[in-house]
Design a protein around this ligand. Structure first.
Ligand code: PLP
Length: 402
């Protein structure tokens, strides 16, 4: 592939196979873990995707809030290309500059402590769980507990999955890890009651993403902060979906009345490159020590260079204000549509509640067919996570109705 042609027109070869043949290979060789939409994407540019037949789609899912700057953003492509040509990987046995610069950037833009890097969201939560458990052992707790709300999603590895009370649960995958408790969503009283002398941490999403965009109430967030403070536990925000500008501030916690002790990040952080981070404030910065954790791939030069380019673009007051404004406009447009019962969310993280009787999965498949990419995280809900750089004119689809 030649990087010389900035238009990308000749740089991307037409793939040899189409959807049917790709599907055939998938069915023969891949484990059956995903239900996929019936499209074979071959190219992306800005807010648009193109399938093998050249059909254009408006992407209002952005790879589940990963491609927040749109597809193949020139600054991210340039950072990745330049770094890949220079040095791609050396392992964490040595120093590399982009990693150190990214850690400073993440710390200074949030909680001010230290950062542990990994390669995905679930791993970021694994790191946070290690920090919480070790912090608790340091306070003399023998069997530390982590408390969450029932509708949350924290990932697919066993620690993160054990902190995920309902979604993705399958007892055939058991046993899960001990030391995790869940209380009903937004139930401040139940949360206060669940936090006690054995609590290592409260781990919550400020807005639940995978369960269908359900903002956690300010009352519940404040109850979590107070309960953690009362017993010396850590408050951990899973900002894997809400962070990196998605809600109209760099971190979602900035628009809440509380400040967590730890945040986890991934998804949009790498602009399409796999990278995750567990970011601490002063209370948790010194917990992990040599030998406590590690990763071969984590924070390699290419992923961290991409993340630095992402933060350069996203950590910009003009862009973040536009995310808040466009989000409000998108929601009022959606609310005027037939079939829409209401919307939820913040910034450009939008859940659309459909009227009773409308099957969200079927509606999502229909929209895909018509060239709009969204997803259906729950039976009555569509989720929209458009690129943060979406142009106001692209929100016009709402005028055409469903
Ligand atoms: C996506 C997500 C995760 C898991 O991230 P992976 O990169 O898929 O491991 C965890 N928590 C939240 C809130 C997420 O949205």
């Amino acid at each position: 592939m030649s990087a010389a042609d900035p238009s990308g027109a000749t740089a991307v070869e037409a793939p040899a196979m189409g959807l049917a043949e790709t599907r055939e290979l998938e069915e023969r060789y891949l484990m059956r873990t995903y239900r996929r939409g019936a499209v074979d994407f071959v190219r992306g540019e800005g807010c648009h995707l193109y399938d093998a037949d050249g059909k254009e789609y408006l992407d209002f899912l952005a790879g589940i809030s990963v491609c927040s700057l749109g597809h193949s953003h020139p600054a991210v492509v340039a950072a990745v290309t330049a770094q890949a040509e220079r040095l791609m990987h050396v392992s964490n046995l040595f120093y590399t500059e982009p990693m150190a610069r990214l850690a400073r950037r993440l710390s200074e833009s949030s909680l001010g402590g230290r950062v542990f890097f990994c390669n995905s969201g679930t791993e970021a939560n694994e790191a946070a769980i290690k920090v919480a458990r070790k912090h608790a052992h340091g306070r003399g707790i023998e069997a530390p507990e982590i408390v969450s709300f029932e509708g949350e999603f924290h990932g697919r590895t066993y620690g993160a999955l054990s902190a995920t009370p309902k979604l993705a649960r399958n007892e055939a995958l058991g046993p899960y890890l001990p030391g995790f408790l869940a209380v009903p969503d937004n139930d401040a009283e139940a949360l206060r009651a669940a936090v006690g002398p054995n609590t290592a941490a409260v781990l919550i999403e400020p807005i639940q993403g995978e369960s269908g965009v359900w903002p956690t109430s300010e009352e519940a967030l404040m109850a979590a902060r107070e309960a953690c403070d009362a017993v010396g536990a850590l408050l951990i925000f899973d900002e894997i979906q809400t962070g990196i500008g998605r809600t109209g501030s760099l971190w979602a916690y900035e628009q809440t009345p509380v400040r967590p002790d730890v945040i986890t990040s991934a998804k949009a952080l790498g602009g399409g490159m796999p990278i995750g981070a567990c970011i601490t404030g002063p209370a948790a910065a010194e917990v992990l020590e040599p030998g406590d954790h590690g990763s071969t791939f984590a924070a390699g030069p290419v992923a961290t260079s991409a993340a630095l380019a992402v933060l350069d673009a996203v950590d910009d007051p003009t862009l973040l204000r536009s995310v808040r404004e466009l989000g409000a406009r998108l929601r009022s447009g959606l609310e005027a549509l037939p079939g829409v019962a209401g919307t939820r969310g913040r910034g450009l993280m939008v859940g659309v509640a459909l009227e009773p009787g409308i099957d969200a999965a079927a509606a999502g498949a229909d929209l895909l067919e018509r060239g709009l990419v969204v997803n259906a995280p729950a039976p009555g809900t569509l989720r929209l996570l458009p690129p943060l750089v979406v142009d106001e004119s692209l929100l016009g689809f709402t005028a055409h109705g469903q």
